[in-house]
Design a protein around this ligand. Structure first.
Ligand code: GLC
Ligand code: CA
Length: 558
């Protein structure tokens, strides 16, 4: 397998709005990120992925961009960005920026022109269709509830928005639009950024015929997925992007690819490097979904999860590159979702065990702000506590239609809302967790007095120091980066165990991902091998292992 810096890196995702406020307006900003670079250096990560900070009305917290080459004032200025980039580079940290080009904001000048008349030269930058039988062109539902089509008075047609009504989809079939985007990307690359995380990039190419979709379970709307996700020209457009932009620089490029399959990933992130360097798949995040999308309080099934992650580990080995993650700004906190946040000890142990599970795998690990502290879901009480457009729209639609009672839906939101990951970073035990001196834009999790960076930096056995060690080990051992993977004990309902091997070296990773004690047998070749890292005090005796709840260990032959 080819070696590359982005394969050997660990990425840390910063959601600027929630990371560090520098001026007391209650909103995190770029100067705030700069002020925390030494913390990230201490953690040991190599790359910072910044969620959007561009000009934006903020309907989806910046994933609705009205100027791709400017900074939203609440995040600072272009000078603040340039300083952040320079300060990061001075510390050997790379910066990857979010590229949101499946859609723009409705306030982008392109859309303002596009909607102004049917014969405007920019009309075709977006996707316009005539209505059908007095309604929208087809039955597609948007990802943020309601129809995916919005009627526009001025010209009497509908525009497509796969997300919010304020996020019109760009028309990638238009070569002029593609050139505009490529030009903007080169502009950022010439500034010296180190890569792009590409928002819903698997959705940029739409099948032109746009028929009705199959009804989504429990919904009046049909699914656009078969006509939009991994659409007919997506690979052609990414190859063109590679030829005109990406291939001219040395970048980490990761596609957010909903609906990704192993075969598709081997195309998007192929080893020849004609498209992206890696992709995010979502299958493990969907394991606790079901009818009515993600709105439930179901738990993931461990046996299914092992089979699924194993499919990705083996399916991409030597053909493409995995992105390893549990958390991002769209997911609830993993320790509340998969672990046990009911006490200090269980929270810390389960956070470490869950981290270890993916940090010993093949791929590039992503750590989301606060994950390295074991930050938890937040105790949101009423709908007014939520800020996220997806959560609020879903509540209105599902409670409005009588499908769920308000209490049921609030329970689902507390468990799964994206706002769980967006509460401010918990820096210390001072007011507002050291995030702001003003009024935070979203509630601070009241557990910040117990869970915060200052406390964990000072305590050697903290979750922070465990992540630091995981990152250090990856930097030290090519085996952890490149080794090939084999699952052990596929049917075990508590233990996630696998091996990695590279040349003469190998390791065994065993994690008790349950709240009950467990036992297992260790393959003979690992009897007496050195312990690389562990969680708790697992009892290892020759080929027999006994694990307390959330105990874990890695044995290595180096
Ligand atoms: C991606 C982003 C998410 C955003 C959506 C629309 O899924 O991660 O935060 O709401 O795209 O841009
Ligand atoms: Ca601020």
């Amino acid at each position: 397998m080819k070696q590359a810096w982005w394969k050997e890196s660990v990425v840390y995702q910063v959601y600027p709005r929630s990371f560090q406020d520098s001026n007391g307006d209650g909103i995190g900003d770029l100067a705030g990120v700069t002020s925390r670079l030494d913390y990230l250096k201490e953690l040991g990560v190599d790359v910072i992925w910044l969620s959007p900070f561009y000009r934006s009305p903020g309907g989806d917290n910046g994933y609705d961009i009205s100027d791709y080459r400017d900074i939203e004032p609440c995040f600072g200025t272009m000078e603040d960005f340039d300083r952040l980039l320079a300060e990061a580079h001075a510390r050997g940290l790379r910066i990857v920026i979010d590229l949101v080009v499946n859609h723009s904001s409705e306030e982008h000048p392109w859309f303002i022109e596009s909607r102004s008349s049917r014969d405007n030269p920019k009309r075709d930058y977006y996707i316009w269709r005539d209505g059908k039988a007095g309604g929208p062109p087809n039955n597609w539902g948007s990802n943020f509830s309601g129809s995916a089509w919005q009627y526009d008075e001025a010209t009497g047609q509908y525009y497509l928005h796969t997300f919010g009504t304020f996020q019109p989809d760009l028309n990638w079939d238009n070569p002029v639009l593609r050139e505009e985007i490529f030009d903007m990307m080169r502009w950022w690359c010439d500034k010296g950024i180190d890569g792009f995380r590409m928002d819903v990039i698997s959705m940029i190419s739409k099948a032109p015929e746009m028929p009705d979709g199959e009804l989504r379970p429990g919904s009046d709307y049909g699914s656009f997925a078969p006509y939009v996700v991994n659409g007919p020209n997506v690979h052609r457009y990414l190859q063109e992007m590679h030829e005109k932009v990406l291939g001219r620089y040395d970048l980490l490029t990761v596609g957010e690819c909903s609906g990704l399959t192993v075969d598709e990933a081997c195309q998007y992130a192929n080893e020849e490097g004609t498209e992206l360097t890696m992709a995010f798949q979502f299958e493990h995040m969907d394991l606790d979904g079901g009818e009515s999308f993600k709105w439930n309080t179901r738990k993931m099934d461990l046996v299914e999860m092992k089979a699924l992650l194993t499919k990705w580990q083996k399916g991409l080995d030597g053909r493409a590159w995995n992105s390893l993650y549990w958390c991002n700004h769209d997911q609830p906190r993993i320790v509340s979702r998969l672990g046990d946040d009911s006490s200090f000890a269980l929270r810390e142990k389960s956070a470490k065990a869950i981290a270890l599970t993916i940090h010993m795998m093949q791929g590039t690990p992503y750590v989301y702000e606060g994950e390295e502290l074991g930050m938890t879901n937040a105790p949101f009480e009423t709908l007014e506590d939520f800020r996220d457009v997806e959560s609020i729209n879903a509540y209105r639609e599902l409670v409005g239609s009588g499908r769920f009672t308000p209490e049921e839906m609030l329970g689902f939101l507390r468990y799964k809302s994206r706002d769980n990951s967006r509460t401010p970073m918990q820096w210390d035990s001072s007011e507002n967790a050291g995030f702001t001196t003003g009024k935070p834009w979203i509630m601070v999790n009241p557990n910040y007095k117990e869970i915060n960076a200052a406390e964990q930096l000072a305590r050697p056995d903290s979750v922070f120091h465990f992540y630091q060690e995981l990152i250090r080990l990856r930097h030290e051992h090519k085996l952890i980066v490149y080794g090939s993977y084999e699952l052990l004990l596929p049917e075990d309902r508590q233990i996630f165990a696998y091996t990695r091997s590279l040349g003469e070296q190998s390791l065994l990773c065993v994690v008790n991902l349950s709240g009950e004690a467990a036992e297992c047998e260790i393959p003979a070749q690992f009897a007496g091998a050195q312990t690389l890292i562990k969680v708790g005090e697992p009892g290892i005796n020759g080929t027999a292992a006994k694990l307390q709840p959330w105990d874990a260990f890695v044995l290595a032959i180096l």
